[in-house]
Design a protein around this ligand. Structure first.
Ligand SMILES: [Zn+2]
Ligand SMILES: [Zn+2]
Ligand SMILES: [Zn+2]
Length: 140
């Protein structure tokens, strides 16, 4: 089998290479923006993987720290590739997401961390999401 960036990621995470996993990871590697279930299924239509298999693959990738969930206010869950900092024990996707009002795409701003917030005493942050909306570089 051809060694792609995708298959490298699967191997690094100790995942057996199945056709579906390879196809799904390749879609994520090729994408520059976050992908929803429907979009993913469209990309894979030629390969005829059933929805359940795709769904399971997504969950495996989430568990392994390969992809993370992106909330962009569109109401549908989107997913994007994680950086190498994430593993099966913990995600470290503390970056800003940018949603374009023109094309609807959502981009990971890996280099921009979510600023620390001074919470009142007794509160502890376990998860943080910061979404900025505007016009992306392609739509300007
Ligand atoms: Zn992650
Ligand atoms: Zn755009
Ligand atoms: Zn992200």
């Amino acid at each position: 089998m051809l060694t792609t960036k995708g298959t490298e990621i699967l191997k690094r995470n100790g995942l057996r290479l199945t056709n579906c996993r390879s196809a799904v990871i390749d879609v994520f590697c090729a994408a520059h923006t976050a992908i929803g279930h429907a979009e993913l299924e469209d990309e894979l239509i030629e390969d005829e993987f059933d929805r359940v298999t795709i769904y399971r693959t997504i969950n495996t990738f989430l568990d392994k720290g390969i992809i993370h969930k992106v909330m962009d206010g569109s109401g549908i869950g989107k997913f994007a590739l994680c950086s190498a900092k994430c593993d099966e024990h913990q995600h470290h996707d503390d970056h800003i997401h940018f949603n374009c009002l023109a094309c609807g795409s959502t981009t990971c701003m890996e280099e921009l961390s979510i600023p620390k917030v001074d919470l009142p005493q007794g509160y502890e942050v376990k998860e943080a999401n910061l979404l900025l909306k505007g016009i992306c570089v392609k739509c300007r």
